[in-house]
Design a protein around this ligand. Structure first.
Ligand code: FMN
Length: 367
């Protein structure tokens, strides 16, 4: 099956990219003290040289004292870290690439296996990172206001440093998703409530602040997921109309592109249609969407963390959905982590040169 539609340019506001392939955000923990090193810059530059259309950075945390549980996850604040990111974006642009940082607050976390802890307790909507598991503080009104401001500041800095877009991490059970999920949001104030639209208030305020900081012409992406690592099968929304009631307020607050995270892109979102999450999000909001999840690989990413290997797999089902215009962009994670030349190999039909993925690739920044 032809992969031509993956190699059409895409333009939206500040985003001008040469093809539809997006590098998925992947935490690498190679930024000691929160500062991206020259090696981190070389890793991203290599993906731009390898003709990835849009590179999304690993999650990079905003300016809150407990936004991270890992000393080696990059910060998106502070002169030294921002200088490191400037080095990253300049390298990506020198190769003709485009990039957005994924701005992140982890919320309530388990303690990191290294034993490192942030200077103050974790913070989240109700101190919980899964039902019944408290490991931090319930955010006060001023914590919430300061956190919204910190997301906005990170987005403003992204624009000032020259990034092409910004992605808000609203997925995978981290802070914003902890507000969405009834299992971790027990608040009775305006940031809580029985319905998902009520529990979306925090996300909406973050989006509005980010939009205010970057202006109308800067492309704003949000990443969302139904699943959490602690609840794979969780569904925040169970029907298209529930999804519409979730996503449209986020779109109205300023989202341009919904990045719809699934573990396996081919899985239908609701019974009665083969549309996946990105397919439904595009249909219901009219916004551009990004799909993701085991593109070109036989096994999913939680399998990878459990030590399973994946083999290269056909892109036929992806192309069927792409050609049907279910979504606009396709994010690829592990294949690009392990192989900076993946895009060119796909474009040129060099399938025999595609590599599988095994856990060992996680231990270095593959150049
Ligand atoms: C090592 C690793 C780190 C990841 N870190 C992040 C992250 O920081 N932010 C995020 O939204 N998703 C993260 N993910 C999920 C990926 O962005 C992606 O959604 C997932 O790997 C599925 O895509 P794939 O099957 O192409 O790898 C990570 C995945 C991997 C393998």
């Amino acid at each position: 099956m032809s992969t031509d539609s993956l190699f059409q340019p895409f333009q939206l506001k500040s985003l001008n990219i040469k093809n539809r392939i997006v590098m998925a955000p992947m935490t690498r923990s190679f930024s000691p003290g929160g500062v991206p090193t020259d090696n981190v810059a070389a890793y991203y530059r290599k993906r731009a040289e390898g003709e990835v259309g849009l590179i999304l950075s690993e999650g990079t945390v905003i300016n809150r004292p407990s936004s991270s549980n890992d000393a080696n996850v990059p910060h998106f604040y502070g002169a030294e870290s921002l200088a490191g990111w400037k080095n990253v974006i300049d390298g990506v642009h020198a190769e003709g690439g485009a990039m957005a940082p994924q701005i992140w607050h982890m919320g309530i976390m388990d303690n990191h296996h290294s034993g490192w802890v942030p200077p103050v307790p974790f913070e989240g909507p109700s101190g919980l990172n899964r039902p019944g598991n408290k490991n931090g503080n319930t955010m006060t009104d001023s914590d919430i206001a300061d956190t919204i401001k910190a997301f906005g500041q990170a987005a403003a800095d992204a624009k000032n440093l020259g990034f092409d877009s910004v992605e808000i991490h609203g997925a995978h059970g981290y802070l914003i998703d902890q507000f969405f999920w009834e299992g971790t949001n027990e608040r009775t104030d305006i940031f809580g409530g029985k319905t998902l639209p009520e529990r979306s208030r925090f996300a909406i305020e973050v989006i509005k602040e980010v939009r205010k900081q970057v202006g109308e012409d800067f492309a704003l992406i949000i990443r969302l997921s139904q699943f959490k690592p602690s609840a794979y099968t969780n569904q925040l929304v169970k029907t298209p109309s529930e999804m519409e009631a979730w996503l449209n307020p986020l779109a109205n607050a300023g989202v341009d592109i919904f990045h719809c995270s699934q573990r396996r892109f081919w899985e239908p979102e609701f019974a009665g249609s083969d549309l996946n999450f990105a397919g439904w999000a595009k249909k219901l909001t009219g916004k551009a969407t990004i799909t993701v999840g085991s593109v070109g690989l036989s096994g999913d990413f939680f399998g990878t963390f459990a030590g399973e290997s994946s083999e290269p797999s056909s892109l036929d089902e992806l192309m069927r959905r792409m050609d049907r215009q279910d979504f606009d962009l396709v994010a690829v994670g592990r294949p690009l982590l392990a192989d900076p030349h993946w895009v060119q190999k796909i474009r040129d039909g060099r399938n025999s040169e595609l590599k599988g993925f095994s856990k060992e690739a996680l231990s270095e920044l593959v150049l």
